[in-house]
Design a binder for this molecule. Sequence first.
Ligand SMILES: Cc1cc2nc3c(=O)[nH]c(=O)nc-3n(C[C@H](O)[C@H](O)[C@H](O)COP(=O)(O)OP(=O)(O)OC[C@H]3O[C@@H](n4cnc5c(N)ncnc54)[C@H](O)[C@@H]3O)c2cc1C
Length: 578
Amino acid sequence: MFPTECDVVIIGGGPAGATTGSLLRKANPRRRIVILEKSRFPRHHIGESTLPEMNRILHKMGVLAKVEAAGFVRKRGITYKWASDKPPFSDVFSEGVLDGLVGTPEHVPDYSWQVERSRYDAILLGHARELGAEVFEGTQATGLLRSGDRIAGLEVMREGRPSRLSAEFVVDCSGQSRVLSSWLRLDKQAHALGDLGIYRYYRGFRWSSDLVGSLTASRIFFQAAPRGWMWFIPLSADLVSVGLVTRREFLRRTPAVALFDEELATLPEIVGMLEGATMAAAPADPDPTPRTHTIADWSYSHAAPAGPGYYLAGDAAAFVDPILSSGVLLAHQSGLSVANAINTHWTAPDVSEAELHAAYAEFYRDLYGGFLKMAHWWYTRREVGIDEWLKLARELGSGAVGAQEIADSDTSSFMTFAAGFLSDFRFVNVGCGFGDKGLGLSVDGVEGTSVGHKLHLELRQRSIRLRSKIKRMDTSAYLATDIGTDRWWRLPVIHLHGEQGEDTYRPPVLGKPHSDEWVTTCLRAIERVLRCCDGSMSLEQAVDRTVATFPRKDWQPLRKLCDLVLAGLYVKGALERA
Ligand SMILES: Cc1cc2nc3c(=O)[nH]c(=O)nc-3n(C[C@H](O)[C@H](O)[C@H](O)COP(=O)(O)OP(=O)(O)OC[C@H]3O[C@@H](n4cnc5c(N)ncnc54)[C@H](O)[C@@H]3O)c2cc1C
């Protein structure tokens, strides 16, 4: 029976919707979570090359083993053919910086997959259903229910019959349909990159291991074309997805099929791999005739991806040109963050909805922002050469704690980026460590990881004397979330004023972070240890003297906190050796 009310209704059963629904149900088995999907799965979808970073979310959802068991082609890296007269750039993730450095648990692989989206999405949606989300396929959201300023549910069309479904929250995961933002007429920003995708499938292609690796260790192949770029994504030993990202303006002179053929003809590598191959129908396309597909590919974002009673996730919130295959990862990441926001609303009344909305907007901007900058560079400056692009990846991560230590070259920075570990790069803004658990690192610091070890090596000489350059400190708060938690947390941020100029620092909050009282204790310890850094006493004495002013039971976490803060501020240049 179709319900008339629920706690959360999600529009769309793609990766964003399935992630939001699964995680909400996992954390709240008694809540009623409804997913509406207008099509019937399995349905065809583009967006087939995925990034390893999403594995941690699949693991959290409990669906990783099912995806692994589906037998998709494993993706281990990428090859970019940048210019016809240049050799291709090719690298694999595990030779970048993933191994050990991000501390990915052993059961979470550091490869991803090139997926038939019809099967991938069906696995995820089926999983959400198993977790107790009520999934209604063939059911379209057609309008909004409102209660004053708040969105209060949806008008729905199901089997030709209209109905109404009220809900505390509506989450729009409708992909490029962006239904909620168009009903609400939300402002959106367009980003001038490619704006049109034209693609086909072929059977019987030739694996060229130099360009695309092997079936168990494949690489996505990108090639720059005169009017855009093309992808070559093997989906099995036999089937390959080949696409062109270009601009709609070229259609004025050339029809899509001819445009595709003309660009393809300029790329001998792809032509070579397609020798003897024949065009095939798209996976799960109800039309079995092989054909050329076209789809909008313009990049956009919404400044306000949340408001009273609603959240936007996945493509419904923002779309970034697929040059770095980021869309599915962003769908999973935003689904996770929205589920955590709604959980926070239910479990932490001290965190206001407005705060959550602002934090989610900032978080999402950070997430897609890095991919957007990389894509924008590609469209505007690519003639400079790929080396500069790799350098940009390094620059984007340069402020993240530990990023410099991990990524010892532009290439390894880029491969970290290309594996999707941008979410760790975002800790440039939220101040957490570069590592496997995001918020966990913010809470527990980076000590014990290889990154932390490198960072703190110098400060392990506990006899060194430090002098603080900080004249004044103010504190405020920010909200953070990540894979290691089901909610958003309010954490402190310190604004530093001093000889080193103005800066902000987001300290770790060790041990028992989840109370305002403990956060206050941590901030007090930070103030005291910095006061001891006047050049007169050793690091050890400064820390000992500080912790001695607190109850003995708190000494251990506070000692670790002081060590980490001194290391962090030393790296930032707010402390110097006396
Ligand atoms: C040309 C091109 C190439 C791409 N290549 C890649 C790639 O290689 N790798 C990558 O990661 N990403 C790629 N992407 C992006 C990727 O396709 C998307 O980012 C991803 O699918 C977003 O997931 P989602 O869950 O937000 O939306 P979707 O997967 O689009 O799911 C939205 C769902 O909502 C349903 N829906 C829509 N309206 C309604 C309604 N009113 N009521 C009920 N249901 C509704 C739809 O039927 C659909 O199932 C590419 C995109 C394009 C255009």
